[in-house]
Design a protein around this ligand. Structure first.
Ligand SMILES: [Zn+2]
Length: 434
């Protein structure tokens, strides 16, 4: 088994992404919040930074990025890209300029200041996969927040793990009814939760696609391969793959434990993952299915992180988490569309740094820094279905940008040194880096 790569995996090979088969063609998604546009039309030129445009190609040293209004109008090497007369010049020497980061799995969890803080740390779009849309009302009144792509409450069966942020559906008809209501209220994705049986998962995926939105799931009691074949577009949490990776008798024991008692998953997932084998045919078959279908996988490693020496961490926690990281690396090597989701607040990161911490864990899992940056920008834009206007630094795209000090391709921890953030062509006030 491969050892874990260090934080600085400096190799920068071109990133290859699969061409998905059998995926529904859906319209672009819309954020629920209006995003302020710049007052003036004076162009902004970022001059001399290294451009990492989100698409996975070689970085452009000493680049020029020009923004006019809410759009990027030019991006390229300094000699080949004109700086318009009268532009506001931002000196980029020593900085890297990237697309605004996209967070596929953010929970506000009653912390109304967290969306705004995440914006200051470079997250310009987020998806909350499981809360009422009005849970963001207070956050939006506090100041600028990222573009909000909300799923509304998750759909779960009785008895739900989180009643406060779930809608209970008891059969396929109720599932279709709930999908219709959520989409009418602005949901751009539907979140399937783990008590729902396979038939209901299938009904939700079909109803979501009929309404033009994706379906993504946290699984515990439904086999991941079966759920993907039933039409899911995304898998939330690497742990959702667990029961598909162990012998059937062990998977069934876990299912029954969680069906009997939701909390059984909290310890049970580490036992399950401690026992998985990356070399087993069932593992490579599942990864091949994910890659072929183009299913997006949001590992959210940071929420599961348990290290030797952590309070209460057992050998099972530590080995189980190591295997979650190994599986994430193996998934990417197998061509699976791994994306970045922070979970909002996590044990191993200070408040507001969960996204950066997740990027570091993905590098530790064996993704190159370039793969992680693409996963958090262009690939997440495809997952959100906003790649028509977001996810890369290209002429015509909306001007969501982050400038960091140093070179995140050499060391992903540079993503913590946030110097400036632009949302829709406007600078975000007082970003804080370390
Ligand atoms: Zn979650």
């Amino acid at each position: 088994m491969a050892t874990l790569a260090g934080l600085c995996a400096c190799a920068s090979t071109p990133v290859q992404w699969p061409s998905p088969e059998g995926q529904p063609r859906l319209p672009p998604a819309r954020e629920i919040n209006p995003i302020a546009r710049p007052d003036a039309t004076r162009p902004v030129a970022i001059v001399g930074a290294t451009l990492i445009d989100g698409r996975g190609g070689p970085p452009v040293r000493d680049a020029v990025v020009v923004v006019r209004g809410d759009r990027i109008v030019a991006a390229g090497a300094r000699g080949a890209t004109e700086v318009p007369a009268g532009a506001e010049i931002v000196r980029g020497a020593g900085l890297s300029v990237l697309p605004g980061l996209i967070d596929a799995h953010f929970h506000i969890d009653g912390d109304d200041g967290l969306p705004g803080l995440s914006l200051q740390r470079g997250v310009t779009s987020l998806r909350e996969p499981g809360n009422w849309i009005e849970a963001y009302d207070a956050a939006r009144k506090l100041g600028p927040v990222p573009r909000l792509f909300l799923a509304g409450p998750m759909l779960d069966g009785p008895d739900p793990a989180y009643p406060e942020s779930a809608v209970i559906v008891r059969d396929a008809a109720e599932a279709r009814w709930a999908v219709d209501r959520l989409v009418e209220r602005g949901a751009s994705a539907i979140k399937v939760y783990f008590r729902l049986p396979l038939g209901t998962v299938e009904a939700i995926a079909q109803a979501a696609h009929a309404r033009g939105v994706i379906a993504t799931a946290h699984l515990e009691t439904v086999d991941a391969a079966a759920a993907i074949r039933a039409g899911l577009d995304g898998i939330e949490h690497i742990t959702s793959l667990g029961t598909a990776l162990v012998p059937p008798r062990e998977a069934e024991r876990y299912r029954q434990a969680v069906i009997a008692r939701n909390e059984a998953r909290v310890q049970g997932r580490y036992e399950l993952f401690r026992g998985i084998s990356l070399g087993a045919p069932r593992t490579s078959e599942l990864l091949r299915l994910l890659a072929t279908r183009g299913t997006f996988v949001t590992p959210t490693l940071a929420i599961f992180e348990r290290r030797a020496g952590d309070e209460g961490a057992t050998e099972t926690h530590v080995r189980g988490f190591e295997n979650m990281m190994r599986l994430t690396g193996a998934a990417r090597r197998a061509g699976v569309r791994v994306v970045v989701g922070s979970h909002g607040e996590v044990p191993g990161a200070e408040r507001g740094w969960a996204y950066q911490h997740e990027m570091e864990l993905l590098v530790e899992s064996g993704l190159s820094p370039m793969e992680v940056l693409v996963a958090g920008t262009a690939e997440n834009a495809r997952f959100f279905r906003v790649d028509d206007r977001l996810g890369s630094v290209e002429p015509g795209k909306l001007a969501d940008l982050v400038l960091v000090e140093g070179d995140p391709l050499a060391d992903i921890r540079a993503m913590r040194r946030v110097r400036r953030v632009m949302l829709n062509g406007r600078w975000v006030a007082s970003p804080q880096g370390d």
